[in-house]
Design a protein around this ligand. Structure first.
Ligand SMILES: *Cc1c(COP(=O)(O)O)cnc(C)c1O
Length: 565
């Protein structure tokens, strides 16, 4: 009996994602999108939903980040051995690329939940003997290489993934595209679902588009046009050939270039953005499409520190399955226990900082945390817009700062921002203790979101589709201080769950630095000196944010609105 039999006996939802954060030492993820995909699967596991995930094996990972003495990011490949964590599957399918066959095999990783659930994750791999040396590298580097490399990866993911699921004996009731990277799967389905040629009038399209749309749903994550994958049709015709005829392809994916988002939009019955504001922005960007909002969430157990797990287990048994129970946290958990659980998380973070950088942090000082992809729209430098002001605040109300984040190797501005942050660190001298933790990953994220006192986010509106790290902070009673964008528009209740920087209007972007300094100086830091007032906000974050912004709620919505329609 094959180990797949446990999973192929019932129809499943196929969840396609270019990246999935399965566990910290498997580098098949780069950041937020992959962590969300991982949390999606972890919730599917806890809720025992019949899902199968499909992604690339990414043998060389995204990259390992080192920071040199000048504050520059260095990138090293992060090789891993699939055989250490997954089982090879004995199925192989071919796709045509550049007029040759490229063979795809796969590994089975079994995601094991902490409540006994299990989910199959299929890792697609072109490193097989039949392929040329070049083709064997297609599934190596996550988001690596040029546009042609990317298109090949997306052919493997979308077309190869659908073929492989069938070869393995999966019956798929719904295909979920997590971002547009996997949208070519729709072409494979069109190829599969054609009207009988006898029924067609001359010139009529043979593809049963309504049937394919019934089978597909799509989650978009990017609120700017430039963020969506585009491919030139010359490249497409050279690499992909004709899975469907070019006229049909252009009708579905755009006349000028193959726009993966447009393709996914046209082939999906259900489409959603990842927060209410993001869905609005997406509707404006793509008029004529119905785009719902399913606001993201994070996986409760994964993102809660050991101290808080113990507290919730004791006071709110069942919270791991039903995080809504956390609405009662304010009345049933004693303040002192909340503060003690946080002290433990803070100590764990300070120990990690010491181990990684040698810097000594003071666990009695309020600590600001900021960690995310280092890229222009996230504005990691906003806090440092006026170093003089920042220092003067710290002279009267001392605090410290912990930062982390990777920049995409091609993101020149993002890499400059990392250097700039290191310069600011030196400028702050001994007035503000500040550190940048290299190699941001799930483990560092887990320590940071729980161990700081305030979680900061300062994106340029409306670029933060959702943001999820602030939700992780909420599970640990850490309030957010953030620009009103993405999820925080829904999550912020001023002074109750955390604090807003400016208002939610795009025109507020230019005044954010001032608003941030004022809020920090006049509201946040003074409140920290009043533990009774502070713990109220910690509890507000748990009750009103963690109880809602979790991936169980998110998956229950996907199930009732996208998967079962
Ligand atoms: C949660 C997480 C992210 C996403 O955080 P955002 O707030 O959405 O930017 C990125 N990287 C890692 C390692 C994470 O854990």
């Amino acid at each position: 009996m094959s180990m797949l039999d446990d999973f192929t006996h019932e129809p499943r939802i196929a969840y396609f994602s270019m990246e999935i954060a399965l566990q910290n030492d498997i580098p098949t993820y780069s950041g937020g999108l992959g962590v969300l995909a991982g949390d999606t699967m972890r919730s599917a596991t806890d809720l025992e939903l019949p899902v199968v995930a499909v992604t690339l094996v990414s043998r060389a990972g995204y990259f390992r980040q080192k920071i040199d003495a000048g504050g520059r990011q260095l990138e090293e490949p992060m090789h891993w051995q699939p055989a250490d964590h997954a089982e090879p599957l004995n199925a192989k399918v071919a796709v045509i690329m550049e007029n040759r066959e490229v063979w795809i095999s796969a590994w089975l990783y079994i995601l094991r939940g902490h409540m006994n659930g299990r989910q199959p994750i299929i890792l697609l791999d072109t490193d097989v003997a039949e392929n040329s040396a070049e083709d064997r590298r297609i599934t190596d580097r996550l988001y690596g290489g040029d546009n042609s490399y990317r298109l090949k990866q997306e052919i493997v993911l979308g077309i190869g993934g659908v073929r492989l699921l069938r070869a393995l004996g999966f019956e798929i009731r719904q295909y979920h595209m997590n971002e547009g990277h996997s949208a070519l799967l729709g072409l494979e389905l069109l190829h599969r679902f054609k009207y009988p040629s006898d029924d067609l009038r001359p010139g009529e399209s043979p593809y049963n588009i309504p049937q394919v749309r019934e089978l597909c749903c799509f989650t978009t994550h990017t609120p700017v046009e430039a963020g969506h994958d585009h491919f030139d049709y010359t490249l497409v015709q050279r690499v992909l050939g004709e899975v469907v005829d070019i006229a049909t392809l252009k009708r579905l994916a755009g006349d000028e270039s193959l726009n993966m988002t447009r393709l996914a939009l046209n082939l999906s019955e259900h489409v959603n953005g990842v927060a209410k504001r993001h869905a609005e922005v997406s509707r404006k960007m793509f008029p004529g499409y119905r785009v719902k909002a399913i606001t993201n969430g994070v996986h409760p157990y994964t993102w809660t520190s050991p101290g808080f797990i113990k507290l919730y287990d004791h006071h709110l048994p069942g919270w791991c399955h039903e995080p809504e129970l956390l609405v009662r946290a304010n009345c049933c958990i004693p303040d002192e226990d909340i503060l003690e659980a946080h002290r433990q998380a803070k100590t764990a973070l300070m120990d990690k900082i010491k181990a990684l950088t040698g810097a000594a942090f003071d666990s009695t000082l309020p600590t600001l945390g900021f960690a995310r992809r280092m890229t222009a729209y996230k504005r990691p430098d906003l806090l440092f817009s006026d170093i003089g002001r920042l220092k003067s605040i710290a002279r009267s109300q001392p605090f410290q700062i912990v930062l982390a984040g990777k920049a995409h190797p091609h993101d020149v501005t993002g890499k400059q921002l990392i250097e700039l942050l290191h310069r600011h660190m030196r400028e702050l001298g001994d007035i503000i203790n500040m550190t940048f933790l290299p190699g941001y990953d799930m483990d560092i994220a887990r320590l940071m979101v729980a161990g700081v006192d305030v979680w900061l986010n300062t994106p340029l509106r409306p670029m933060e589709a959702s943001g999820t790290s602030g939700m992780k902070a909420a599970f640990n009673g850490v309030p957010n201080l953030s620009v009103l964008d993405g999820w925080w528009i829904e999550g912020c209740i001023e002074g109750i769950t955390g604090w807003a920087v400016g208002d939610s209007m795009e025109s507020a972007n230019g005044n954010d630095a001032l608003a941030l300094y004022d809020k920090l100086e006049q509201v946040v830091l003074p409140l920290y000196q009043d533990p009774a007032g502070w713990v109220k906000v910690m509890k507000g974050a748990i009750c009103k944010n963690a109880s809602f912004f979790n991936s169980h709620r998110m998956m229950r919505r996907y199930t009732t609105e996208a998967y079962i329609r």
